[in-house]
Design a binder for this molecule. Structure first.
Ligand SMILES: Nc1nc2c(ncn2[C@@H]2O[C@H](COP(=O)(O)OP(=O)(O)OP(=O)(O)O)[C@@H](O)[C@H]2O)c(=O)[nH]1
Ligand SMILES: [Mg+2]
Length: 371
């Protein structure tokens, strides 16, 4: 019944990798659950057209091969799409529903853009998940290919991004390109990008799992990542910033501000301005982190968010950990929804903006001095 990390609570999370990049990354994240024996209530699934990739996963027992041949989709998103539709028609994805027993609250989909499976099969699978789990919030963590890969790849990625964007509730885009350093072997650059994905996932899981005073919990996250309400919100952006920062001690807390800019770049975010929701969780050993220091961090983030007098919904959590490995370190988890993405993303969406929904969103960014 899947790679299940259970805990005595009612929140159900599905972590799903699609295509080579997505499957490898969720497998690595599942590996950290094993080694740290963190009892999350998370089911991990890997879906790919590539049998070899699925057979090489070390920590994910629940795999779904789509397409009989098992040889990948050859960087052809139309083929990926067709194979996914056939698998759905044959009911091969129903195993995710566990005989109708499952009602996931949050689904996290991880996929690399630019190939055939993550790009072509992925959106069709998201649509199917939406039918299976109408109550779930679906967050996509998508990896955008670096420019050094061929132009065809980035064309495919652009189209795929727009398709995913329409279907997901919230989107995080990791930019392989901004992480790649020309002096670095590509595998190393991928590893760095993979850490960004893992960090994003763990930010959500840690906040959901730990109990703080004041507390931030899964409901806060779910509310932040729900799709914007077009009746109520001016800002219809589905892009989110989700990350955990680490500083050596409470006295270095202002290091967060430097790290923030790098993280924004790697997460394809131009600015936090106009965001709808700001959640900040502080994880520390309880010795030196004063309320004043916490408020200073939150104020710094708020300053970047507030535009034209529009303030975000803000909530703070404080989690005291009695874990030796934390030493004096402080982890600061930040979730901001409704952020403004980098222009390469807006351009990608603009190219595919046949959908009215996308037009409205792009218009929103233009009103803010957008693209
Ligand atoms: N960060 C990271 N990026 C990856 C990794 N593998 C591939 N990518 C990126 O993700 C994009 C899509 O690659 P894959 O996920 O291998 O493609 P796929 O979805 O399996 O597609 P097909 O193999 O054509 O069926 C690539 O263009 C790379 O930019 C990885 O392990 N880590
Ligand atoms: Mg592949």
């Amino acid at each position: 019944m899947g790679e299940r990390f259970e805990r005595n609570q009612s929140t159900e999370i599905l972590l799903l990798g699609i295509g080579g990049a997505g499957c490898n990354i969720v497998d690595q994240v599942a590996g950290t659950f094993n080694t740290k024996s963190i009892p999350y209530s998370v089911d991990v699934f890997a879906i790919n057209t590539d049998r070899q990739n699925l057979q090489n996963l070390e920590n994910t027992t629940e795999t779904i091969q789509i397409g009989r041949k098992g040889r990948g989709a050859g960087s052809d998103p139309l083929k990926g799409r067709r194979l996914a539709l056939e698998a759905i028609a044959r009911g091969e994805l129903n195993v995710i529903k566990h005989n109708d027993e499952k009602e996931y609250d949050l689904i996290i989909v991880v996929a690399g853009l630019g190939g055939g499976t993550g790009t072509g099969a992925g959106p069709v699978i998201v649509e199917n998940l939406r039918d299976m789990f109408p109550e779930a919030v679906i967050l996509g963590i998508l990896i955008y290919p670096e420019d050094v890969e061929s132009g065809i790849k980035t064309d495919i990625a652009r189209q795929g991004l727009a398709e995913y964007y329409r279907l997901l509730d919230s989107v995080v885009v990791i930019n392989n390109g901004s992480i790649v350093n020309p002096n670095m072997p590509i595998a190393e650059a991928y590893k760095l990008a993979d850490e960004y994905v893992a960090n994003t996932i763990m930010t959500i899981l840690n906040i959901s799992e730990d109990y703080g005073k004041p507390n931030l919990d899964f409901n806060d996250i779910q509310k932040a990542l729900e799709p914007p309400d077009r009746g109520r919100d001016d800002n219809l952006s589905k892009f989110a910033f989700i990350s955990t920062f680490e500083v050596p001690s409470a006295n270095d807390i202002q290091k967060v501000y430097e790290l923030l800019n790098t993280k924004k770049r790697h997460l394809s975010i131009n600015s936090l301005s106009g965001a709808r929701t700001l959640l900040v969780g502080f994880f520390h050993t309880g010795k030196n982190l004063t309320w004043e220091k916490e408020v200073a961090v939150v104020d710094h983030l708020k300053k970047e968010i507030i535009i034209a007098g529009r303030s975000p919904y803000v909530k703070i959590g404080d989690f005291t950990k009695n874990k030796d490995h934390m030493l004096e370190r402080v982890h600061i988890s930040v979730i901001v929804s409704g952020v403004k993405p980098d222009s390469y993303i807006l351009n990608a969406l603009a190219e595919a903006k046949a959908e009215q929904e996308l037009e409205e969103i792009l218009k929103g960014f233009q009103d803010e001095g957008g693209i």
